[in-house]
Design a protein around this ligand. Sequence first.
Ligand code: SF4
Ligand code: SF4
Length: 442
Amino acid sequence: MENKNSYVPSRFNALANTDDNGVILFNSYNGAIVHFTEEEKANVLPSLKRTGTKELATAIQKDLFDNGFLVSSQVDEKRRAQYLHQSLHRTDVMHLVLLPTEACNFRCTYCYESFERGKMNRETINGLKALVEEKATNLSQLNISWFGGEPLLSLDVIEELSLSFQASAKENHIHYACDLVTNGYLLTKEVFQKLLSWEIRQFMITIDGNADVHDSRRHFAGGGKTFDTIIRNLHAIKEMDDQFEITIRVNFDDSNLEEVPKLIEFLKTDFADDKRFGLIFRPVGRWGGENNDDLPVCSRIIANNKIWEFSDDAVSKGIGLSPMVAGSLMPTGSVCYAAKPHSLVVGSNGQLYKCTVSFDEEINHVGKIHEDGRLDLDYDKIAQWVTSGEETDSICQSCFYRPACQGNHCPYYRMMTGERPCPYEKRQIKKVLNLIWKNSLQ
Ligand code: SF4
Ligand code: SF4
């Protein structure tokens, strides 16, 4: 039946109560997150009734409209979401996930990598420089994610490629931004300073508990402790004045669940006063690797609850959430790079992939980069990574979180299980919104 009212609530809204008796509203199409006080709430809720409202009569209603929580009843929001999806096909953006080495100095108990290939070879380094130089004239944005193995084992490769990419970006006025995933052991202040000079400003470092627990899970290849050195590095970095973001990731399973609150307590002492450091919690999964079948992974229900319980504990103790949490709620923010047409993973031997977990799967071997920068690409395989989400899934098409996730949070999970890969944030959206609000008060 046609809606006679002029303004209706957006299908992409989510609403949560906050601890101060107010409400927080979120819209996944434009990323708006707005808190309303208890007093304002009395006007907000009636304005969002499903039948809509004829006019924007009050300041609150105008506010709701300006933030996209109310939309004109003429708007076809599903079409908006389709168009947003198509924007991922723009050709002036490139994201490369690079493995400067596939070797690692650690042997984490739950790691899925095989370490068969070592440092990036000369042909691949030359190929990457040539590729970026050739594409640069048509790019407005170049994002590089340094991954591994442990990328800092091949700092010279990072340096050589960074200097070349930075020169291309500067010459062609390209927005250039980088992130790096490291175990943190080699991340001394001197190394960190170099990385910043190469525009690497977002970091993810995993710590799984206080010293004993961390060292039992994330130890050296051949054994040996790692916790004290990582913490020493973080302390030295904290003394620097530069702008950066360090996400401390805590991986948990049944065997360290009890330890996580103790780690939060420990980190609080040194890092609660520095907003450049934030936490994210993730359950260990059976991602492959030699210990795969024996991993004490949490049940799905426990994992879903513990992520936000730990996050709440951290925020209550004054340690910020990683910006990755709020970032994942933004339009396309929960779409995995494997599902993005402009994104490729480049192995140390020039093998191209879409996903950074399923390295041994044939479907993930999508091509090869040559020394002159030419790419051989298997578009039939790439199509399976890029088109398996909301295009064909009617539940995703009707989901309030669709613009953030597009049904593509983890295309690998969908391929392997046939199930929908709803992100943790969506599953507990009310808790997450309340946490984001609490986090913003710090
Ligand atoms: S497809 Fe899934 S497993 Fe692969 S990188 Fe993306 S989120 Fe990770
Ligand atoms: S995978 Fe889940 S969260 Fe993502 S769009 Fe589909 S139903 Fe929504």
